[in-house]
Design a protein around this ligand. Sequence first.
Ligand SMILES: C[S@@+](CC[C@H](N)C(=O)[O-])C[C@H]1O[C@@H](n2cnc3c(N)ncnc32)[C@H](O)[C@@H]1O
Length: 247
Amino acid sequence: MTLYIIGLGLNNEKDITLKGLETIKKSDFIYLENYTSSLSCPVKSLEKLYKKKMILADRNLVESEVESTILKNAKTKNVSFLVIGDPFSATTHVDIMLRAKELNIKVKVINNASILTAVGITGLQLYKFGQVTSIPFDNKEIKTPVEVLKKNQKMGLHTLFLLDLNPEKKEYLTVSEALKYLMGNNVSRDTLCIGCAAIGSDKPEIKFGKIKDVLKVSFRKYPQCLIIPGKLHFMEEEALETYSTSS
Ligand SMILES: C[S@@+](CC[C@H](N)C(=O)[O-])C[C@H]1O[C@@H](n2cnc3c(N)ncnc32)[C@H](O)[C@@H]1O
């Protein structure tokens, strides 16, 4: 039958598209990928609105057991695979699509909002972002995020840092930990940055200022991400000022 790969959007059960909801309703199995990002609502809220039971798909199921579970079912049934945000944005789900195609399983993708575009709320122009990079929990020896930052800065581009998470254990790398990591790698305390939390929710937390000032902000929501802006257009500056730590 068909494997539907469906984006859930960024915040809660209501961010699904109508097309996504209709597809879930006609699916025999629904897998919820629950390790690359997190929603602000419990799984029960999805089940209540979608009127379907969710099968939680952790990293092991998706990366090692996918053929004996999701793909096996999709050979004869309609299967929905739900991904928070957009399925192919900053996630690694191309693999499941390719494996399904190799097995002659029909694949349909239903897109949704992603953190990669939702950061537009800061006022930064999306086409002026350079390479996106991730800061892992265990980052003492990790240099890639700083190297990516330097490369982007050379070209005047903005840098989006995705911050590690482990939603099952409710562990999230915070904006302040990410800033400390950058300072520990010789990024100046006077560098401008934007800390973001729970973008896409009713009350996203967004703060703009120098690293030393954003460090003092306590972001209470999750997930969080961090942006170091590149060369700013005056319109971008104007938008960022609305999020200033000093206002
Ligand atoms: C691996 S990415 C997954 C992206 C997802 N597939 C999407 O399209 O948005 C997860 C990371 O993006 C960032 N992120 C995701 N949603 C966010 C949100 N609503 N607000 C702030 N940061 C977010 C966090 O740094 C999080 O650890």
